[in-house]
Design a protein around this ligand. Structure first.
Ligand code: NDP
Length: 316
C-alpha cells in the first residue's frame, strides 16, 4: 500500500446516472470530483438496450451510449473518471474529518466529502436458460422494457410489491401477463394484491416456478412447474420479467453507515445526508421504490448540492 494517500476533495463512488449527475454538478461547482467507476462502469443502464423514458431523448437512446455521454458531460467540466472499485472504507465520524477509502484493495485516498452512488443489483433466478436470454427477452425492469412487448404475451416472476406493480403496468401494455408466485400467497401489500387480482388479463399462478425459459436467441416460451403437484405446463411468451428483488451494493459500508433491513442506505429527510457528516448517498443505493435513471440522476444532483453546502460549512 502507498504510504501517502491521495487527498481528494469530492470522491464519487459509482458511475451510473446518479454518480455522473453528481459529478456534473460537483465539477461545475469546482468541487474537483473524482469518480471511481466500480466493476460495471456506467451501471445498470449498460445492460439495457433502448432507454425511452429519460427526458430529452425524443427518439430514445441505448443505455451504453447514454452512459458514455453522461461520462463525457461530467469530464467536460473537469471530472476525473477512474476505473476502480472502492473495496474498504473508514469514515471519519466528526464533521470536517477526512474519510479514508481503499481502492482495489491497494490504493488509499482521503476524501473531504463522499457521494455514494453504488447502485443496486437486480436479482435473477440463476437458471442457465434465463441467463442465456438476458437481453433477448429476459429483463429485470418492466418500466424500462415493457413497451417492447406491446400487444404481446409476457410473464413475470415474483410476489412482492415490485412484481405486483410491474404486473399491472405490463397488463396495460401487453395482451396477457402470466404471473408466477412460488408460494400459495403473495408478499405484496393487500392493496397491490387487489390490483393484481382485479386485472382481468393477469393470469396469476400460485405455487408456480420456472422450469426452463424456452427459445434459442430470443424468448419464445416458458415451461412452468407447479411445485405442489409437479405438473409442468408450457406457454408461449415473448418477454419474461424477473421481479424477485434487488440487492443494494452496500456491503463495504456495513457497520459504518445506517441502512435498513434490506441494506439500503438511510438518508435524512428529503436530503441525501447519511448518518456520517460529509458522506452522502444518491441513486438506487438509497431508493428501493422508484429506481429509475431519472430519479437516480435527480438525487445525484441533490447529493452534489448537499456536498457543496457541507464543504462550505467546514471551510467557513
Ligand atoms: P421483495 O423482497 O419484497 O419480494 C420478492 C418477491 O420475489 C417475493 O415474493 C419472493 O417470494 C420472490 N422471490 C424471491 N426469490 C425468488 C425465486 N428464486 N424464485 C421465485 N420467486 C422469488 O422485493 P420487491 O422488489 O418486491 O420489494 C422490495 C421492497 O420495496 C419491499 O419492501 C417493497 O414493499 C418495496 N416496494 C414498495 C413499492 C411501493 O410501495 N409502491 C413498490 C416496489 C417495492 P417469497 O415471498 O416466497 O419469498
Amino acid at each position: 500500500m502507498s504510504n501517502q494517500p491521495e487527498h481528494i476533495k469530492t470522491l464519487i463512488i459509482g458511475s451510473g446516472p446518479a454518480g455522473y449527475t453528481a459529478a456534473i454538478y460537483a465539477a461545475r461547482a469546482d468541487l474537483k470530483p473524482v469518480v471511481y467507476t466500480g466493476l460495471e462502469p456506467g451501471g445498470q443502464l449498460t445492460t439495457t438496450t433502448e432507454v425511452d423514458n429519460f427526458p430529452g431523448y425524443p427518439e430514445g437512446i441505448d443505455g451504453p451510449t447514454m452512459m458514455v455521454q453522461l461520462q463525457q458531460q461530467a469530464e467536460r467540466f473537469g471530472t476525473d473518471v477512474r476505473i476502480g472499485m472502492a473495496t474498504a472504507v473508514d469514515f471519519a465520524t466528526e464533521k470536517g474529518g477526512l474519510h479514508r477509502v481503499t481502492i482495489d484493495s491497494e490504493k488509499e485516498v482521503l476524501a473531504e466529502t463522499i457521494i455514494i452512488s453504488t447502485g443496486a443489483t437486480a436479482k435473477y433466478l440463476g437458471l442457465p436458460s434465463e441467463q442465456r436470454l438476458r437481453g433477448g427477452g429476459v429483463s429485470a425492469c418492466a418500466v424500462c422494457d415493457g413497451f417492447f412487448y406491446k400487444g404481446q404475451d409476457v410473464a413475470i416472476v415474483g410476489g412482492g410489491d415490485t412484481a405486483a406493480e410491474e404486473a399491472t403496468y405490463l397488463a396495460n401494455i401487453c395482451s396477457k401477463v402470466t404471473m408466477l408466485v412460488r408460494k400459495d400467497q403473495m408478499r405484496a401489500s393487500k392493496a397491490m394484491q387487489h390490483r393484481v387480482t382485479s386485472t382481468p388479463n393477469i393470469d396469476l399462478r400460485y405455487n408456480t416456478q420456472i422450469d426452463e425459459v424456452l427459445g434459442d436467441q430470443v424468448v419464445e416460451g416458458l415451461r412452468m412447474v407447479n411445485n405442489q403437484t409437479g405438473v409442468k405446463e408450457e406457454i408461449k411468451i415473448t418477454g419474461l420479467f424477473i421481479a424477485i428483488g434487488h440487492k443494494p451494493n452496500t456491503d463495504i459500508f456495513k457497520g459504518q453507515l445506517e441502512m435498513d433491513d434490506a441494506g439500503y442506505l438511510i438518508t435524512e429527510g428529503k436530503s441525501t445526508k447519511t448518518n456520517v457528516p460529509g458522506v452522502f448517498a444518491s441513486g438506487d443505493v438509497q431508493d428501493k421504490e422508484y429506481r429509475q435513471a431519472v430519479t437516480a440522476a435527480g438525487t445525484g444532483c441533490m447529493a452534489a448540492l448537499d456536498a457543496e453546502r457541507y464543504l462550505a460549512t467546514i471551510e467557513a
